[in-house]
Design a protein around this ligand. Structure first.
Ligand code: NAI
Length: 724
């Protein structure tokens, strides 16, 4: 056996070359990191190592190469996003892409077989590197995922991915992967030909070694199913390419309304690349990468990525307590969803409600959610059953002495929650966590009567809990740092992004959303049509309009939240009079089948004529006798958006959160604010706070004091310090 290590500082750059017999292993192992990244230093080091490999082959010392990772559950996570954020102009971004393409080209041209051994996540540039190898094998480790998420950052794969992928798996499949940016598991990857074999995770290294030894002696141990001539002709002939391009562009536009320029660009570059020489196609890819990397959309999406990462790292300094057994009180809409999150992570969870029937229904719902989650995660039937067994039910608290954490999601009533908290305190050890999922009740009040109030906080999930990535961790007056740290860690463990908020009406998301939804009510009052209000905000980039959102949340729920906010924060949250008339018809929104829209089996089937009639009546009943002139669309949009910005400034003034980053993360992840705009307050900065203040003053004169600029808006010149 011979062993050799690469010279120079390659190990520092996270690369190691080990040669054993005549097989070389290029091992990615980024120092002090759980994942491997393709930084520019790593790429330079890779280039140098490829030179060594060429020389070693010339000296007859290397006949095959395996690219592998020393990290657990990670092959290569992709490019270094911090470096992407620093790209200053299109030319240098294009140059960086071309340089990377050249290095991967050198890998592709090595005069001996190359094999990427993928065990763990293989994303972005990591997958593009694997595509430059002759073969790819993946482990059946449940953490192994492959994907090209670049378009989610407003760019496209710039290291040859748009060129090699369609040549390997076909144009339509390649576009699906590139445009959705999603991560796929190994079996679908095998089926589409993205990997050549799936190997058992527990024998992965030895099986890879044996494949590499075969390759080194000239055998062909991996057979790839060739795409048939007809499949290639069907996809790659000029008319087919034209058709695929047209259909893809249309569907991208329908989905994104032109807000994400990376998507149409990725369609055009990928489709054109199929009909071009690779050299020409790489040049176009690099040029498109350069152009996209400096668009405002890409800057914003990258910034949102970094903001989110930052939020997850802002851990409270205290030591969190371990959680081995949990409970959820209230097995309704939220309780069942939260229980599923625990079981998904294999944490035993006791589900409690007032009677057995409700407990059963909640557990049934949680099990259904696990079925779907298990399917997405590719669990075996045994794993699925094991997770389902984590869900147990109860109607009493007599077994709570061993529970480490409770999330209370009973109905939104102070008296009920207080009673539940008192009962919990009587049974649970004094240090176990008691958290409420309340939407608007005061955590400080909830904890005030308890003997150990320090272990109480809010953990506010959003609906539906298995989908929405945000949780607000609410610090009450007496909440201890250790409680906060435990709740934060628990939220991370459940796969959520936590932000810490002070106990304050509506916390962050509901407070700012309420300002937005209240304004939508005023627009209705003034005669603007339901569909127009919703369309105006969808055109802005919101995933759904405000009235549709009201239907989703529940009109009754919002009425209660508005009432609390009006009492606690002031008149600006007073709903438009027409909202009371709408509520009086008894509609509750989607859950009752009728709101501004009608729903059949949970799907929207059209406008609710009953509400339209109420609105017409409200309009004709108002003076002057002719229907009032509906507000212009641009004014309507400004009123709704600036209302949110103004309320966000007040939320900062009240020190509900540590800084504007938290508001931006919260509004994107909890309310669907469009990520391509970078976040509510970053968007405000892009408009200029002077301009916003001037416009708010005009709106206040015309529509009333709810638009008076918040003191914090007048004092600041920007929410964030100026960007580089
Ligand atoms: P829900 O009405 O669907 O469920 C509440 C459950 O609590 C019911 O099953 C009820 O039987 C049970 N319950 C009532 N009294 C109880 C008691 N003394 N002990 C144990 N269980 C009891 O309500 P939902 O929507 O799940 O809301 C629950 C909590 O989550 C509320 O505090 C709500 O404000 C909050 N929340 C709701 C959101 C939503 O969109 N629905 C979003 C975020 C928070």
């Amino acid at each position: 056996m011979t062993g050799a290590s690469a010279a120079g500082d390659e190990a520092e750059q996270g690369l190691r070359l080990v040669v054993r017999d005549d097989v070389a292993s290029l091992i990615f192992d980024r120092p002090d990191s759980k994942v491997n990244l393709l930084t520019s230093a790593t790429m330079r080091s890779l280039d140098a190592t490829l030179g060594e490999l060429e020389a070693a082959h010339a000296a007859n010392a290397v006949q095959a190469l395996v690219v592998r990772s020393a990290k657990q559950d990670n092959f290569i996570a992709g490019a270094d996003i911090n470096e992407l954020a620093e790209l200053s102009d299109a030319e240098s971004a294009t140059r960086i892409s071309s340089l990377g393409q050249d290095i991967f080209g050198r890998l592709e041209r090595l005069p001996f077989p190359t094999l990427a051994a993928i065990d763990g996540s293989c994303l972005g540039g990591g997958l593009e590197l694997a595509l430059a190898c002759d073969y790819r094998v993946a482990s059946n480790n449940s953490k192994t995922r492959l994907g090209l998420p670049e378009t989610r950052l407003g760019i496209l794969p710039g290291l040859g991915g748009t060129v090699r992928l369609p040549r390997l798996i076909g144009l339509r499949r390649a576009l699906e992967l590139i445009l959705a940016g999603k991560q796929i598991r190994v079996q679908p990857a095998l089926k589409m030909g993205l990997v050549d074999a799936v190997l058992p995770a527990d024998r992965f290294d030895s099986e890879v070694d044996s494949l590499a030894a075969d390759l080194a002696r000239g055998a062909k141990p991996l057979s790839r199913r060739k795409r048939s001539f007809w499949a290639r002709l069907l996809e790659e002939s000029a008319p087919s390419r034209w058709l695929v391009r047209r259909i893809s562009l249309k569907s991208v536009y329908a989905r994104t309304k032109g807000h994400y320029p990376a998507l149409p660009k990725a369609v055009k570059v990928t489709v054109r690349g199929v009909g071009q020489s690779p050299a020409r196609a790489y040049a176009e890819e690099a040029s498109a990468f350069g152009q996209l990397a400096v668009t405002p959309e890409s800057r914003n999406l990258i910034n949102v990525f970094l903001l989110t990462e930052g939020a997850r790292k802002r851990r409270p300094s205290a030591e969190p307590r371990a959680i081995e057994r949990a409970a959820v009180i209230g097995a309704g809409v939220m309780g069942a969803g939260i229980a599923e999150l625990f079981a998904y992570q294999a944490l035993p969870v006791l589900v409690v409600d007032i009677d057995e029937e409700r407990v059963r229904a909640g557990i049934h719902r949680a099990r259904e959610l696990l079925d779907k989650a298990g399917e997405r995660a590719g669990w075996s039937p045994e794993t699925l059953e094991e997770r389902k067994q984590c869900l147990k039910g109860a109607t009493k608290y007599d077994s709570f002495s061993s529970i480490d954490a409770v999330v209370e999601a009973a109905i939104e009533r102070m008296d009920v929650k207080r009673e539940v908290f008192a009962a919990l305190e009587a049974e649970m050890p004094s240090t176990s966590l008691i958290a409420s999922n309340t939407s608007a009740l005061s955590i400080s009040k909830l904890q005030s009567d308890l003997e150990h109030p320090d272990r109480v906080c809010g953990i506010h999930f959003f609906n539906p809990p298995h989908v929405m990535p945000l949780v607000e961790i609410v610090r009450g007056k007496q909440t201890s740092d250790a409680t906060l740290a435990t709740a934060f860690e628990l939220a991370l463990h459940l796969g959520k992004t936590p932000i810490i908020v002070h106990d304050s009406p509506g916390f962050v998301v509901n407070r700012i959303l309420a300002a937005y939804l209240t304004e939508a009510g005023h627009l209705l009052q003034e005669g603007m049509e339901v569909r127009s209000i919703d369309e105006v905000m969808k055109a802005f980039g919101m995933p759904m309009g405000p009235l549709r959102l009201l239907d989703e949340i529940g009109l009754d729920v919002i009425a209660m939240v508005s009432q609390t906010l009006e009492v606690d924060l002031g008149e600006r949250f007073k709903p438009a009079p027409v909202m009371a008339k709408i509520l009086a018809t008894g509609v509750t929104g989607k859950k009752g089948g009728r709101g501004f829209y009608v729903y059949e089996d949970g799907r929207r089937s059209g406008l609710n004529e009953e509400i339209s009639a109420v609105l017409r009546q409200a309009a004709s009943g108002s003076a002057p006798p002719r229907p009032p002139l509906a507000p212009a669309k641009d004014v309507a949009q400004t009123r709704m958006i600036f209302g949110m910005i103004n309320e966000a400034a007040r939320t900062l003034d009240d020190q509900v959160v540590a800084g504007p980053e938290d508001i931006d993360v919260a509004m994107i992840m909890g309310a669907g604010f469009p990520p391509f705009l970078g976040g509510l307050l970053r968007y405000a900065d892009s408009l200029g706070l002077d301009k916003i203040t001037r416009r708010l003053r005009q709106l206040a004169e015309r529509y009333g004091p709810r638009f008076e600029p918040a003191p914090g808006l007048l004092q600041r010149s920007a929410f964030f310090s100026p960007q580089k």
